[in-house]
Design a protein around this ligand. Sequence first.
Ligand code: ADP
Ligand code: MG
Ligand code: MG
Length: 889
Amino acid sequence: MPQTKWVYTFGNGAAEGRAEMKNLLGGKGANLAEMSSLGLPVPPGFTITTEVCNAYYDNEKTYPEGVSAQVDEALKAMEGVVGSRFGDASNPLLVSVRSGARASMPGMMDTVLNLGLNDETVAGLIAVSGDERFAYDSYRRFITMYSDVVLGVDHFHFEDILDLYKEDNGLILDTDLGAEDWKKLVVEYKAKVEEETGSPFPQDPRDQLWGAINAVFASWMNQRAETYRKLHDIPRSWGTAVNVQAMVFGNRGDDCATGVAFTRNPSTGEKAFYGEFLINAQGEDVVAGIRTPQNLTLKGKEDNNSDLPAMEEVMPEVFKQLDEVRTRLEKHYRDMQDIEFTVQAGQLYMLQTRNGKRTAQAALQIAVDMVEEDLITPEEAVQRIEPASLDQLLHPTLDPDAERKVIARGLPASPGAASGEIVFTADIAEKKAAAGASVILCRLETSPEDIHGMHAATGIVTARGGMTSHAAVVARGMGRPCVSGAGELRIDSKHNTIMVGELTLKEGDIITLDGGTGEIMLGSIPTIEPELTGNFAKLMEWADKTRRLRVRTNAETPADCQVARNFGAEGIGLCRTEHMFFDADRIVAVREMILADSEEGRRKALAKILPMQRQDFTEIFRIMSGLPVTIRLLDPPLHEFLPHGDAEMQEVADAAGVPVSKLHERAVKLAEANPMLGHRGCRLGISYPEIYEMQARAIFEAAIAVQKEGKDQVEPEIMIPLVGLRKELEILRALVERVADEVFAEQGARVKYLVGTMIELPRAALRAADIAGSADFFSFGTNDLTQTTFGLSRDDAGAFLGTYEQRGIIEKDPFVSLDQDGVGELVALGSERGRSTRADLKLGICGEHGGDPASVAFCHRTGLDYVSCSPFRVPIARLAAAQASLKGE
Ligand code: ADP
Ligand code: MG
Ligand code: MG
């Protein structure tokens, strides 16, 4: 049996891996291999696979056989390419040890640079580079990183030593320190490590290497990684790979640099090279916010009002190489790339590429542009947008005409408007948000420990850091508005205040931020509705061409109907008539009806409601002309309409001219032990047919009236709720048909209409074949169907569902994302049995699930005709439906 391959090499224009091997090599390793094969300048190295990570954890943190030998072999190959030897005192090979999971997990894992340095090899590095300062600078960086990541000696120890040293010697910037200074610091650093760990800093390069590899694997299970995985649904079993790569040095003088870039603007999507770099610096200095980075391009420099020169100006040759790499990578990957690079002595080296995280706005712009550039097809563009992310585009932005008091400006790191209370820590952000507050997390800079707070916040502000800082990258990924690097803010996290100009702000004060402009304002600023034209319209047009599933909306007010129609709703899937009963001017008549002792009394009250209900439907039919409108007849139990509390009881009694005792009596009579399973839905229609008669009449009269106005024909679909028995539907269907005939005769006109039912009881789903004999359509009411299938009350489940999710008993809240295995099985079974009786039975769902992408995909696969969701989710459902079609499920 051939031995398992645990290690894959790359470099020198070739590679054993490929971009497609992300599962095995992690994202970073797979792309380093791919770039190497493309012939791009990538320092040589090798990747230890994710399988090793899993084997390591499966076998009590020991490595499978062969790993060590394969690492040695790969290291030898690397030495051959570079022409130096690992641990060689005269010409040492130095390496970086880098983690790299399948999905990019920014900041979750730590990288160690300059590994291989010790008291002897540092002399070799001086000899080869002829630069003593550089060599000791590299050594002290290595000690700091290695101690922090591998030995658990926090980096603040070293920062304290450095600060003290600077103070004692009257030095300010790191660049003020010379070779002798760093040399002395290295001695102090090593002493500190020994003091903290009880052992000297490891000098054997091989011990260093395995120490770092172990640390990468260990970091897969650390708390930060766990949190990130949970937030992003990444299974633990994916594991991380480890990359070991020959060092190139951006800190070896003024013709050296390190930087990060996006091949297009990740915030707006504009097709402009976008990045930052630092001269004579190493690794993540750029994102750490220690020095202010410079822009790559002149345009970037102008856009950010920077007075530091752009790379285009100071390193024109390197910039040209980089710009060519940019074009090649985009052509090759056919997507926007997020790249990391280092320049050593005027030579460019690529250290990473991956598909860049972007805002929803940028995703849209890039997808549409790439179709126009013939890089991708419209179908691919449709698949590039995360449906849920559209939410960001559908929500309001700051009203440009509103008065605003700008107190500070930073970088427009992640667009969108957010208002809320100032908080200073991630924990408080989480606590306050859980209590229902909108909070703006204000930090000097953010780090991976803050992720839960960033998630809880409605907006994020940092005083330090650029467009590629941790805060900016994470905020864009999460779709949180963010302003980064607002240097005018003096954030004092000890006293929880922000000083800006004359102002002192404290926790709880309200501010607004505009992540599209970088402005921070006092108080809360009014917002305006979003534009749905341009790119958005184009993408939606492509989506609509590919989807089979129709998308309707759940709406009952004219305003909501209009919003939904603007968002592309193709009808109403659920119009809840009871909402209309609560209106102040009609609740009186409704209560009068409930209090009436006789059918006659009820009819009198209903006659007062009829014209109002007709008016409601007339308005809705006008807005939805030409489209189907499903109207559900009265559903909730009657006691919901009665007043609560003595004062209100008295008021209603007075208005109705009855003694208050009568109201009490009625309330007692109507009270139910379990209203959700009580006298409601079609059961009301059976008990009080006059109510449904009035509603049916209002619907038909309205439909004919609108038709007579010359509008396109509406198609009322009358829906009988909570049917469990075919007989119920049969009786009520006959009632609706009788009223229709009466109205058509009176008006001398007819409209097309359907009568169907909501399937929201397991019995109805099971007996669907029978029930379909009396139904023109089924609409799965998955809110109630979830309640009745699980035997779970939506109003009470909050108390324990959270625990269920935390403990992994359920994966997702079944009221948010359809429980496909259980409730979904009833939907599938009901559909199949219903259609076995009536092949043309119209099928849809109208629960909250209609706007959840995973549930929409389920509806597509199950062969439903439409989903119906709240107005703001209509575009999300359209896109999700298109993606489900394209997946060919
Ligand atoms: P992360 O996953 O957090 O981005 P990386 O492994 O990409 O961590 O390492 C961070 C940075 O360290 C890189 O962007 C690069 O600047 C620097 N770096 C990593 N490996 C090397 C190397 N071989 N030579 C020079 N710099 C390196
Ligand atoms: Mg990092
Ligand atoms: Mg990186």
